[in-house]
Write a protein that binds this ligand. Structure first.
Ligand code: F0G
Length: 462
């Protein structure tokens, strides 16, 4: 591949570099994460962001139709014609006045970025298309991932559709929403359901990929994150290239937040934006490693030298207590986020904050998002619940422009939605196990009515 692109270890004490023609998900010298880096001086840089508007009229070219590759100049790790695409990234930024009211914002200040509109129903397709492109260039015949469900659905879809390679996915037993499991099976992926949770599956897939030479597409893959940067470009595009004040995103494995930080850092460095928005990463209370380390322990990026001893001690304590992640937002039920250090870097670039929200706050926020239209899965609603919390704390002010990322489609997890709306809270707890949801204040319950015309009419007019 071209000599203006390389991979680089993010650890400031190491900073080893590698060719992009190598498949690596960790630095061989120090074990830390890698970035895809560009020698921007040797590349044609757009003069301003409106440059990208010229591609709107080229939608007959598949790569320009793609919401990822129409920004290829910002992730130029290969030539445009070599980029795989199935039409990902046709997503929407919507103003959400009803949700704004719930959050405590002015009606025109809260926006929802619906990444559930991607082909596999989540934001993962943005990154998967970049990883699959790299895998294809590397000649991979099989790709693998561990997943809470959406990465696996995305990988399965890309492999099923393009027939470029086989998909092998690892999921924790009983830890995946049905919509997502159904996708992996339907798209024909080899699905290994191991006894354990996501963190266990992640460890295993790394081991197995190395042994069998499988191309690993979890977000430790730096090419994945290049694709996920484009979510931010599309938000800027939808705001007429104006920078919002806040980006609020749920945090699981912390790939998204890491990618968003890199996107804004690069745009600012290249002079394409004047300021960087603030980033809020929202953990579920039952999977709050980032919140604990960043907000409670004060761990910071520290120019590539975070307090690794403190991080290590935190995980050792977690092991000793056998603490497992537990939240109804199964997509972010992760205690050992693989992108922790990159996320710390993003928080430093974006003057970020981290908050945790509990399952009650998540399902209530989800019901408000659904009632406003389109909807989302539980993990995605953590963003709105987190924005509400930051509003209440006065950290976000009502007149600031806030974008919450809705990471996954409403139909990914219908069980939670139906349980909430069918409920009284006891029923909800019966269906899903008592996982910290005690009320269903915004339930829109179905009305049981006898099959009798008068009674049906009465029920409608009630
Ligand atoms: N929202 C949804 C719907 C997700 O599926 C995920 C992650 C996240 C948020 C968290 O994003 O990891 O970038 O911080 N799902 C992964 C998976 C882990 O396997 O599908 P992150």
């Amino acid at each position: 591949m071209a000599d203006h692109v390389f991979q680089k270890c993010i650890n400031a004490q190491c900073a080893a570099t590698f060719s992009v023609d190598e498949t690596r998900t960790a630095c061989p010298s120090c074990g830390n994460l890698l970035d895809v880096c560009y020698d921007w001086e040797k590349l044609p840089i757009p003069q301003n962001l409106s440059y990208f508007e010229k591609y709107w009229s080229e939608r007959n070219i598949p790569q320009r139709f793609s919401g990822v590759w129409r920004f290829q100049e910002m992730l130029p790790f290969t030539d445009l014609e070599k980029c795989v695409t199935i039409g990902e990234g046709q997503t929407l930024l919507q103003n959400a006045p009803c949700v704004a009211k719930y959050v405590g914002m002015k009606p025109d200040k809260l926006f929802l970025q619906y990444e559930g509109m991607n082909p596999s129903g989540s934001f993962k397709d943005n990154g998967m298309v970049a990883a699959i492109t790299h895998a294809k260039l590397m000649g991979a015949t099989a790709a693998a991932c561990a997943s809470t469900g959406n990465t696996s659905a995305s990988l399965a879809l890309y492999c099923g559709y393009t027939r470029l390679m086989k998909a092998i996915i690892f999921i924790g037993s009983g830890k995946i929403a049905y919509g997502k499991l159904s996708q992996a099976l339907d798209y024909g992926a080899k699905t290994i359901q191991i006894f354990g949770d996501f963190d266990d599956a992640m460890n295993r897939v790394r081991e197995v990929s190395q042994k069998l030479g499988l191309y690993l597409v979890n977000s430790v893959n730096p090419f994945r994150l290049e694709g996920q940067k484009t979510i931010m470009y599309r938000i800027l595009e939808a705001l007429n290239w104006e920078v919002p004040d806040w980006i609020v995103v749920p945090g699981g494995n912390l790939g998204n937040s890491s990618a968003f930080g890199k996107a804004f850092f690069e745009l600012k460095m290249l002079g394409l934006i004047k300021r960087i928005p603030r980033l809020a990463v929202i953990n579920a209370h039952g999977a709050n490693t980032l919140f604990q380390l960043y907000e409670k322990e004060g761990v910071r990026w520290n120019e590539g030298r975070p307090d690794r001893a403190k991080i290590q001690a935190f995980f050792e304590q977690m092991n000793r207590e056998n603490r497992r992640a537990s939240t109804l937002a199964s997509a972010i039920e992760i205690n050992r986020p693989v992108n922790l250090e990159k996320c710390l870097r993003a928080l430093s670039w974006c003057d970020g904050v981290v908050r945790e929200v509990d399952d009650q706050e998540i399902v209530d926020a989800k019901s408000q998002i659904g009632a406003n239209g389109l909807g989302c899965e539980p993990a995605s609603a953590a963003s709105v619940a987190g924005a509400k919390k930051l509003r209440e704390e006065g950290i976000i002010s009502p007149a600031e422009r806030v974008v919450c990322i809705l990471t996954g489609h409403q139909l990914k997890d219908p069980v939670t939605t139906v349980a909430y709306h069918s409920a009284d809270a006891t029923k909800f707890q019966e269906t899903l196990g008592c996982r910290g949801v005690y009320r269903a204040d915004f339930a829109n319950s179905p009305l049981p009515v006898e099959n009798d015309l008068e009674k049906i009419i009465a029920a409608i007019q009630e």
